[in-house]
Structures are given as C-alpha cells and as structure tokens.
Ligand binder design. Structure first.
Ligand code: ADP
Ligand code: S3P
Ligand code: MG
Length: 171
C-alpha cells in the first residue's frame, strides 16, 4: 500500500476556540482547501448537529462522528474538527495519520467569554446537561493535549491574528 500523505492540518480544541472561522482564514494564507468536519457530518446524516445530538444522545453522536471522521479523505486541506472529535480514538488516529494536529488552546476564562449558551451551539455533554463548562474544560483539556502535535494559544487574538500565529507555528 502506498504510504499515506501527511499534508493536511487538523484543528482541534474547545468549542468556540475558532477552529471553523480561523480554519478558513488559515486555508487562504496557506493556499490549502478547507473542510469543516461538522458540515461533513451534517451532510452525510442530513440533519443539523443539534438535531443529531438530540436524536442520538451524546454517546450516539460521538459514535456517528467517529464513523465519519475515521474515513475522511483529504489532501492539502485544513480540517476543522468539532470539539468532541477527541472522544473518538479511531477518528483521531486516522486524522493524525493524514496530517499534523494543531490544538487551538484557549483558557477557561476565554471559553466562558466565547460560549454563552452551550445548548444552542450543540456541544456534546457526556456528563449530561447538568455538566458545567468547568467540567467540560477539565475533561477535554488532557485529550486535546494528548493528540496535539503543535499547540497554539489563541486567547485575546483576533481571528486573523490567530490564523497568522498558527501559520507561523507550522513553518
Ligand atoms: N480569535 C477569536 N476572537 C474572538 N472571537 C472568536 C475568535 N475565534 C472565534 N471567535 C468567535 O467564537 C465563535 C466560535 O468560533 P468557531 O470558529 O465556530 O469555533 P469552533 O469551530 O472552534 O467551535 C464565533 O462566534 C467566532 O466569531
Ligand atoms: O464540542 C462539542 O461537543 C461539539 C462542538 C461542535 O463543533 P465546534 O467545536 O466547531 O463548535 C460540534 O462538533 C458538535 O456539535 C459537538
Ligand atoms: Mg466549528
């Protein structure tokens, strides 16, 4: 089997870190394609993410996300994952095999600033709807750290400044 190319850039991080918005700016800076994994999921399931989460529950959604992400094929693309992708080991192993994984890191305070309404944004709360943002942050932080090849802190940066910082970190 031909060796897989590793020329993609995979963005991981908390919901609201800027993976989707920064990703497209980064794609323009680097002359890459852009794929938002959330849109691939919506498209394949023909449902909005929130409807999918409501219909399947957190564990069911994670399974759907895993099945779809582990088969994503791309070259020279920025792939913005959903914040819950790191719960899926197969998906993350596959994504790591086709690209460099960049963790867009934000502090807990920044997460609070950016995410006012968790449910409206469609966030997977494994611990149920009683789960606090603090619980979510603490549960996920080690997972993002585990899969990151490169970590870029984007607190207090505009989307463009953050995209430039990521581009520099990739040099
Ligand atoms: N660097 C930033 N500074 C300020 N707001 C940001 C920044 N990055 C993203 N946002 C805002 O946060 C929200 C979530 O961004 P989004 O790209 O959807 O994040 P993600 O895909 O990581 O969940 C959007 O309203 C976006 O405008
Ligand atoms: O963090 C999460 O649990 C989720 C984040 C969403 O994507 P963003 O990280 O792009 O907001 C989306 O994948 C899904 O609804 C679950
Ligand atoms: Mg997104």
């Amino acid at each position: 089997m031909a060796e897989e190319r590793k020329d993609n850039i995979i963005l991981i991080g908390m919901p609201g870190a800027g993976k989707s918005t920064l990703g497209i700016v980064l794609a323009k800076i680097l002359n890459y394609d852009f794929i938002d994994a959330d849109l691939v999921i919506q498209n394949q399931c023909d449902k909005t993410l929130q409807k999918l989460i409501d219909a399947c529950g957190p564990e069911g959604f994670i399974e759907v996300e895993n099945q779809i992400l582990k088969d994503i094929e791309a070259t020279k693309s920025i792939i913005a994952t959903g914040g819950s992708a790191v719960y899926s080991e197969d998906a993350m192993n596959h994504l790591s095999s086709i690209g460099r994984v960049v963790y867009l890191q934000i502090s807990f305070e920044e997460l609070v600033n950016r995410l006012h309404d968790l449910q409206e944004r469609g966030v997977v709360l494994k611990g149920g709807i009683g789960m606090s943002l603090r619980d979510l942050y603490d549960e996920r932080k080690p997972l993002y750290e585990q899969y990151a090849n490169i970590t870029v802190n984007v607190d207090h940066l505009s989307i463009t400044a953050a995209a430039r910082k990521v581009a520099d970190a990739l040099k």
